[in-house]
Design a binder for this molecule. Structure first.
Ligand code: FMN
Length: 170
């Protein structure tokens, strides 16, 4: 099955997962800004990956506007992969029955724009003040103290297995 991975990445963590997945599957991988409905029409299967911003999968609305149905969606965020967080992301992004995978990325303050850097710092400050933090909030407060990189190719395994199972490769 001719497959392509389309990704939206601000600081490179999602792009890294997209490239690792493409390498493992032997398929093409492009940034959302280079994707178009015409280009994607040449593929049997499209996998979409975007980074998480306030629980929303960046780029997914723009991707959906192209009218292309993603066979698989993956998201990359700073949060640990707590099941309740994954359920929220699935619901808020209206993923329905679409196979969905979450991978831990990281934070690179140096590659963020001024506004997004400020947003993250504010998020940390506001969360710190909360009395009853969820386990995600407690983890985020610790993690946002500085740069970190939790990317790990092994996190892709389940998604790759699903894709390979459905057609024995690309
Ligand atoms: C403004 C902003 C909001 C964010 N909100 C979340 C969030 O709700 N949950 C989360 O897990 N990570 C959140 N993150 C962290 C990013 O998802 C994380 O840094 C991701 O690895 C970035 O991927 P990229 O390098 O592909 O851009 C946020 C980051 C920014 C800048």
């Amino acid at each position: 099955m001719k497959t392509i991975i389309v990704y939206e990445s601000k600081t490179g963590f999602t792009e890294r997962y997209a490239r690792w997945a493409a390498e493992s599957l032997g398929c093409e991988c492009i940034s959302l800004k280079d994707a178009s409905k015409d280009k994607l029409a040449g593929y049997d299967r499209v996998i979409f990956g975007g980074w998480i911003m306030a629980n929303m999968i960046s780029g997914l609305p723009k991707f959906r506007e192209m009218g292309v149905f993603p066979a698989v969606v993956f998201a990359v965020g700073a949060s640990p992969a707590f099941e309740e967080v994954l359920a929220q992301i699935r619901e808020q992004n209206q993923l329905g029955e679409t196979p969905f995978f979450y991978f831990e990325g990281g934070v690179d303050y140096g590659r963020l724009g001024f506004v997004q850097r400020m947003m993250l710092k504010m998020m940390k400050k506001m969360t710190e003040k909360k009395k009853d933090m969820t386990r995600q909030e407690a983890a985020i407060v610790q993690l946002l103290a500085g740069n970190f990189d939790h990317t790990d190719r092994g996190q892709l395994e389940e998604m790759l297995a699903l894709v390979k199972r459905s057609d024995n490769g690309c």
